[in-house]
Design a protein around this ligand. Structure first.
Ligand SMILES: Nc1ncnc2c1ncn2[C@@H]1O[C@H](COP(=O)(O)OP(=O)(O)OP(=O)(O)O)[C@@H](O)[C@H]1O
Length: 298
């Protein structure tokens, strides 16, 4: 089922075009990452999706329908860090937040539990670590038990420990079946927690799909030859395969090459064998998402 569908969304701020015809679809149960450098339009996308900003063109549909107060109740959002009262406990802060949201006070217990804060619920917010503070912020989005969470840069400003805690929490929420939409400029974050990714650059969609297929789209394989086969023979054979590109010698020995989407290392092995090249080794060497991201957004 489609949870969120953005169709041809556009947004300008005065002379700045923040989004240009953005379309994407988030399916139920996915952890959908919006990845892009600063200023690429991630926050604008989330603001439009949540109905906090008005689009200049295009359409937003939640659960197959235009945004409504009913659909808003099913979505918990964390766009900026909420202001908690430093001297109040985690529990008291959440009870206040529940009151503002008109969420049942009973959902506070579930939110504390999911955020792993039950044992510290009576401690004052001011004594919390950065990670705990952010987990409390996430807990506040869970009030009212929304099906979907929308998080803008959820690990921004956290120390490594805090980042790990928040990532674990996001993974826990995903395992519970929540659909999660995360904007981030961190490749690592998207790679670690997301099932799907949309890459934005200057307000335009550059790539979208399952994280695994975006990774697989430019797989690099390492090829090692039997000692009695000349590298020139390999290079000639590779030159006959239009779906093999970027062939280069590797410093550690052997050659590497990139396979076009849809082609597998096994297929390469068969094709080389058919042209008389026997490989001593064939190893998958995925390029890091970082390299791809840099390439996509350069
Ligand atoms: N209120 C605003 N007024 C004018 N320009 C804006 C406004 N909000 C965003 N912009 C511009 O729109 C573009 C997209 O910004 P947006 O905040 O959506 O990007 P982002 O990817 O979320 O970046 P960041 O991570 O830095 O927030 C940028 O060029 C930004 O300067």
């Amino acid at each position: 089922m489609s949870i969120l569908q953005l169709d041809n969304l556009s947004k300008r701020y005065g002379g700045t075009t923040a989004l240009r015809g953005l379309s994407l679809q988030v399916e139920a149960g996915s952890v959908y990452g919006l990845l892009g450098p600063n200023g690429s339009g991630k926050t604008t996308t989330l603001g439009l999706a949540l109905g906090v900003l008005r689009a200049d063109g295009g359409e937003v549909r939640w659960f197959g329908q235009p945004i409504s107060s009913q659909s808003k109740r099913r979505v918990g959002a964390l766009l900026e860090t909420p202001n908690f009262f430093p001297y109040l406990s985690a529990r008291q802060n959440l009870l206040l937040a529940a009151d503002v949201k008109r969420a049942a006070p009973a959902t506070v217990d579930a939110a504390l539990d999911l955020a792993g804060l039950t044992a510290r619920q009576h401690d004052a917010f001011r004594g919390f670590s950065l990670g705990m503070k952010q987990r409390l912020a996430l807990a506040s989005t869970l009030l009212g038990s929304p099906d979907v969470l929308v998080l803008d840069e959820p690990t921004n400003g956290l120390d490594p420990q805090g980042i790990a805690e928040v990532r674990e929490l996001i993974q826990r929420l995903a395992a519970q079946g929540k659909t999660i939409i995360i904007a981030s400029h961190l490749l690592d974050e998207i790679e670690k927690v997301c099932t799907h990714v949309a890459v934005l650059q200057r307000g335009e969609l550059r790539a979208a799909g399952p994280v695994s297929s975006i990774l697989a789209a430019t797989d690099r394989v390492l090829l090692r030859l039997d000692a009695d086969i000349a590298p020139a023979t390999l290079l000639h054979a590779l030159g006959q395969l239009p779906w093999v590109t970027e062939v280069r010698p590797e410093t550690g020995g052997g050659h590497s090459a990139v396979l076009a989407p849809g082609h597998t290392p096994a297929e390469l092995n068969r094709a080389l064998f058919a042209s008389g090249v026997v490989l001593a080794g064939l190893e998958m060497r995925q390029r890091s998402l970082e390299a791809q991201f840099l390439e996509l957004t350069k």
